[in-house]
Design a protein. Structure first.
Length: 219
């Protein structure tokens, strides 16, 4: 899942209004940011198998430190605790929402991944409902929850001038463009570079969220 991961960020912003949307965008992709860094440094591994699923060719056979259930909980608790320390307002609520946003990544991955999500590092138990093997439904689900959650976010905010009315259109176009490129580009040849590029892309997408923070405010 790609843009579907950002749905909990939009929904979380409705609950914890003092948490910047860019923080929630970073939270929902935190384990993938770590995954990209771990792929680039050889801590975790991925291989390309043409037609591995109907949606992509990535065999995510080794990602115990970022995508196992236990480690997802560790990342979630750590991120929530950190935000509760540095937040200026609503520390407890913000920490809970940030932690939940981090853990939402594992839950949404559970829906689409084939069984490659471990229970814990070294476990033989694997999870994954495999929706990636049904391309139309998987892509339709992503688009539906992304656009639906953005609509819910927008109804709870108001524009700060014309920029706040234009930015949602720009952001939607950018996100859908990245989604399209991710689905249509050929598999990467250099997996180490692909890991680094993934980290950069996720951080740039946080910039898209910052655009919402600058141009819209809670009602």
């Amino acid at each position: 899942m790609f843009i579907g991961h950002y749905a909990p960020a939009f929904l979380g912003k409705r609950i914890a209004k003092t948490v910047p949307l860019w923080v929630l965008f970073a939270a929902v992709q935190l384990v993938d940011i770590a995954w990209g860094a771990f792929i680039a440094t050889g801590i975790e591994h991925v291989r390309i198998i043409e037609g591995f699923t109907a949606s992509n060719s990535l065999d995510l056979y080794d990602m115990p430190w970022t995508h196992s259930l236990v480690m997802a909980l560790v990342w979630s608790l750590g991120a929530g605790w950190l935000w509760s320390l540095i937040a200026r307002k609503d520390k407890k609520l913000g920490g809970i929402v940030v932690g939940a946003a981090v853990f939402s990544h594992w839950l949404t991955d559970l829906i689409v991944h084939v069984p490659d999500l471990l229970l814990y590092p070294g476990s033989d138990i694997k999870f994954g409902f495999g929706l990636w093997n049904n391309f139309p439904i998987a892509m339709g689900l992503e688009l539906t929850i992304f656009l639906g959650s953005m609509a819910i976010y927008l109804t709870g905010t108001r524009a700060k001038g014309i920029a706040g009315r234009i930015w949602p259109l720009v952001a939607t176009a950018l996100m859908l463009g990245l989604f399209y490129l991710g689905m249509t580009n050929p598999p990467p040849e250099d997996l180490v570079l692909a890991g680094s590029s993934a980290v950069v892309m996720y951080l740039l997408i946080c910039g898209i969220a910052a655009g919402f923070d600058l141009t819209r405010e809670a009602k």
